[in-house]
Write a protein that binds this ligand. Structure first.
Ligand SMILES: Nc1ncnc2c1ncn2[C@@H]1O[C@H](COP(=O)(O)OP(=O)(O)O)[C@@H](O)[C@H]1O
Ligand SMILES: [Mg+2]
Length: 434
């Protein structure tokens, strides 16, 4: 390993970086969607469950909710709601046996406002109890020990109706430095997703002053994302339709204004609202972030479902990518690590850090290593075309296709077909909980 790469690795390796998600956790993570702005009050019996709830409460998926956690189980809940109004959701942990639990829950229900939902965490894998609880209007019964991701998945199922289209997946793209091709990769992946999976995709260009989405798709939009960010509360389906620019049948862009004479004061709150509205309308939202660091960029990154960091193989990129990776991993315990794409590899006459060293320093294997290819990238960009449109023979074309499928979790289409839909059956639910 080169001296420089070793230096970066050694200085930065300590620090609480979350372990990689795998297996069942990863499946829960993929199914757990953001939960709307609701109030949740929990009454636990066991410290472990309270910790799990606390961990879930700190996750990005619950960032809009208001959670308070109390001890004392069902008894404490009854005492509390005799005096206080009930929130949107009550989570009750109870190790009581079946008939006692039902008597207590019936008592609790006398103090519940209409519209309050109840989720019970129990300690017995008991079908009869489960049926009794559902009959009484309990929304879900989870068997302890639970994990934060299990809990988030089941809350997400409660609040994202199974009949409605699930909310769209947000993929945020950022470069470890400016000019490393992050926007190019974002646009190609978004386009490829829309073509390969035949699904609707919106690219949101948050590089308000210098964004290239319009150029890359040969469009010259008059209106776009700045109008939405300035008055996010006005953004509804009709306005969104007006502000989007359609590039293909399935791909639209939310273009940046690309003017320098107006100051845009972007707030994290405005970004949240706009992205939330957009994700209600399409299965995939690709966010093209500028290479800057500000509270709103950080917020958009940390809230995204997937993050793609594009880096060129040199030392400054390595340092920045490592800093980004560490910060993101440490703040997202229940998400996959950001995806790393190394771009512009093999640029003539440039001193490079090898892919192996890069991966070792970051602790993440790159998903793809895309070569420097000024002929195809330069010409495609000049024509306002995607790489594959310009030349399907370009070496990067299949790599970009592959990236799109991986990010959409469609790499293994056969396995996906086999996966059963989530039915409401108890056995199915138990299986999901395991
Ligand atoms: N693999 C590559 N080989 C050659 N040129 C590339 C490659 N990837 C991107 N480019 C070019 O690099 C320039 C900067 O890309 P851009 O996507 O705007 O970077 P960023 O968004 O990271 O600032 C563009 O002209 C683009 O066409
Ligand atoms: Mg860019």
């Amino acid at each position: 390993m080169s001296r420089q790469a070793t230096a970066v690795q050694e200085t930065d390796l300590e620090g609480g970086v979350a372990p990689e998600l795998g297996g069942a956790d990863l499946e829960h993570a993929q199914r757990a969607r953001p939960i709307p702005r609701i109030s949740i009050q929990a009454f636990c019996e066991d410290e472990n469950s309270a910790e799990v709830l606390q961990e879930a409460a700190e996750d990005r998926r619950l960032s809009k909710t208001h959670v308070s956690i109390h001890m004392g189980g069902i008894g404490a809940a009854i005492a509390h709601y005799q005096e206080n109004p009930t929130p949107n959701l009550i989570i009750i942990e109870s190790s009581l046996e079946r008939s006692d639990m039902i008597v207590q829950l019936d008592h609790l229900s006398e103090f519940c406002d209409a519209g309050t939902r109840v989720v019970v965490i129990g300690h017995a894998n008991d079908v009869l109890l489960y049926r009794e609880l559902l009959k009484r209007g309990v929304s879900e019964y989870l068997v302890a020990p639970i994990t934060p991701l299990m809990l988030m998945e089941s809350l997400s199922n409660l609040y994202n109706s199974p009949d409605a289209e699930p909310v769209g997946s947000v993929i945020a793209f950022i470069g470890a430095k400016g000019g490393v091709g992050s926007s190019t990769i974002c646009h190609n992946i978004a386009w490829s997703l829309s073509e390969q999976i035949k699904t609707n995709v919106i690219i949101a260009d948050l590089d308000l002053a210098f964004g290239t989405t319009g150029l890359d798709f040969n469009q010259d939009p008059v209106q776009g994302i700045a109008d939405a960010l300035q008055s996010p509360e006005r953004l509804d389906e009709m306005l969104l339709d007006r502000l989007l620019t359609k590039c293909t049948e399935r791909l639209s862009i939310f273009a940046a204004p690309v003017v320098l004479d107006r100051d845009f004061d972007i707030s994290g709150d405005a970004c949240d609202v706009v992205i939330d509205v957009v994700r209600q309308h399409v299965p995939f939202v690709a966010i093209d972030l500028p290479h800057t660091w500000s509270p709103w960029v950080k917020r958009v990154l940390l809230q995204a479902d997937e993050i793609v960091i594009t880096a060129a193989p040199d030392l400054a990129n390595l340092r920045n990518a490592k800093n980004l990776m560490d910060l993101i991993k440490a703040s997202r315990n229940h998400d996959r690590a950001p995806r790393l794409v190394i771009n512009m590899a093999g640029m003539p006459k440039r001193t490079e850090i090898s892919v192996k060293e890069f991966a070792a320093a970051l602790g993440v294997e790159p998903l793809q290593v895309i070569e420097f290819d000024c002929e195809n990238f330069g010409q495609a960009s000049n024509n306002g075309q995607m790489i594959e449109e310009f030349s399907a023979k370009a070496k990067a074309a299949p790599q970009l296709r592959d990236l799109a499928l991986t990010l959409a979790n469609r790499k293994d289409a056969r396995a996906e077909k086999k996966e059963k839909p989530q039915s409401g059956g108890f056995l199915q639910k138990l299986k999901l909980k395991r």
